[in-house]
Design a protein around this ligand. Structure first.
Ligand code: SF4
Ligand code: SF4
Length: 118
């Protein structure tokens, strides 16, 4: 079950953080450096498509989420999740169904998210 309103400001600041990561040079460097720490694959729960608000393009078929603009989806969606914070913010909406991705332990302070304050 998705609880849309929970931690709404954290949801929106996470969206802004990922937008800046996806659209700046130092953000993209950070994304590249985070990838080796990421495990798993998308389980198509669709919860990340509800962050802040329900995306117009998400549809469900047999309980699995599908993006109706998959080949043209924004960079923010393509790179999700970049780090454990993204998953923690997504868990505000739905803790019952976990994200298919997870992160192995990241050495303290490395790599540095240039937009960590958001
Ligand atoms: S929250 Fe994770 S598993 Fe669910 S749709 Fe998004 S990336 Fe996929
Ligand atoms: S564009 Fe697609 S992947 Fe991105 S939030 Fe919307 S439905 Fe989800």
């Amino acid at each position: 079950m998705i609880f849309r309103g929970r931690g709404i400001w954290r949801q929106y600041s996470g969206k802004l953080r990922r937008f800046l990561l996806a659209h700046t040079k130092r953000g993209r460097v950070y994304i590249e450096r985070m990838l080796p720490y990421r495990r798993g694959e998308c389980a198509r729960c669709g919860t990340c498509c509800y962050l802040g608000h329900r995306c117009l393009f998400v549809r469900f078929e047999n309980g699995l989420a599908a993006c109706t603009i998959h080949n043209h989806r924004p960079q923010n969606c393509r790179m999700y999740p970049v780090g454990p914070r993204d998953i923690a913010e997504r868990d505000l909406l739905d803790m019952g169904k976990p994200c298919g991705y997870s992160f192995v332990e990241i050495p303290p302070g490395e790599p540095r998210n240039p937009f960590a304050r958001l």
